[in-house]
Ligand binder design. Sequence first.
Ligand SMILES: CC(C)CCNC(=O)Cn1cc(-c2ccc3c(-c4nc5ccccc5[nH]4)n[nH]c3c2)cn1
Length: 264
Amino acid sequence: LHLGMFEIGKALGKGKFGRVYLAKERSTGFICALKVLHKSELQQGGVQKQVRREIEIQSNLRHPNVLRLYGHFHDSKRIFLILEFAGKGELYKHLRKEHRFPEWKSAQYIAQMAAALKYLHKKHVIHRDIKPENILVGIHGEIKISDFGWSVHAPNNRRQTMCGTLDYLPPEMLVRGSQENYYSDKVDLWSLGVLTYEFLVGEAPFEDTPVMTQRRITRADMTIPSFVSPEARDFIKRLLVLDPEKRMTIDEAQQHPWILKHCV
Ligand SMILES: CC(C)CCNC(=O)Cn1cc(-c2ccc3c(-c4nc5ccccc5[nH]4)n[nH]c3c2)cn1
């Protein structure tokens, strides 16, 4: 597939709305990940506005742990996204292969996630979809948050119908009907707690049938296995708190003993 200025290589993955290819920009030899979105599919999915918003949000983000969107262009049928190439691919594949990460690796990954979230929240971006499937690994083992499909500029109080797993949803996004639909960047702190648990244990804390998962989330009903260290246990328990206002802040998370023990 010769797309003018790009030489297209192997398929890297299949997102929900498009395929991603390894690509080399001819004149400079620059390697990137080229994502192809079909306008017809976006129309069918009714997501054109969301894609435009995602492009606008991600184009303005510059952080070592946030996947870069260098630019985009389109022809009559497709939209092309020039994305950063992450040399070691999708984090969830590493997690599945290794079953779970040792505490030092989990703490380093979570410290990088916290730095990325601190950056996003400062720019009033709430990611809202933090999970292993949306994290890529760079050539030096650093992690990069991608897929801002559900990110919004805070504050936001519109209900969003979610597809995919419920595992990472915070309680305030599950409580029906009441004004709890107003949520803040605290939703990403809950998901950071779920992510920490999944890195250390190898499965999500509330994993169950959809009905039971919702019930367990709204009761923060989880058990932490005994092989998890007391510091890691404390870190998780201070994030998986039902009341968003009582959850650890990003700064407290970055200063937590479990992080400091492994990241200095
Ligand atoms: C609307 C627009 C702004 C959306 C922008 N975000 C995305 O498209 C989210 N997204 C990123 C990707 C993606 C998937 C895979 C890669 C890779 C990658 N590197 C690999 C190395 C080895 C094996 C597989 C790899 N995939 N690098 N960059 C990627 C980027 C797919 N969807």
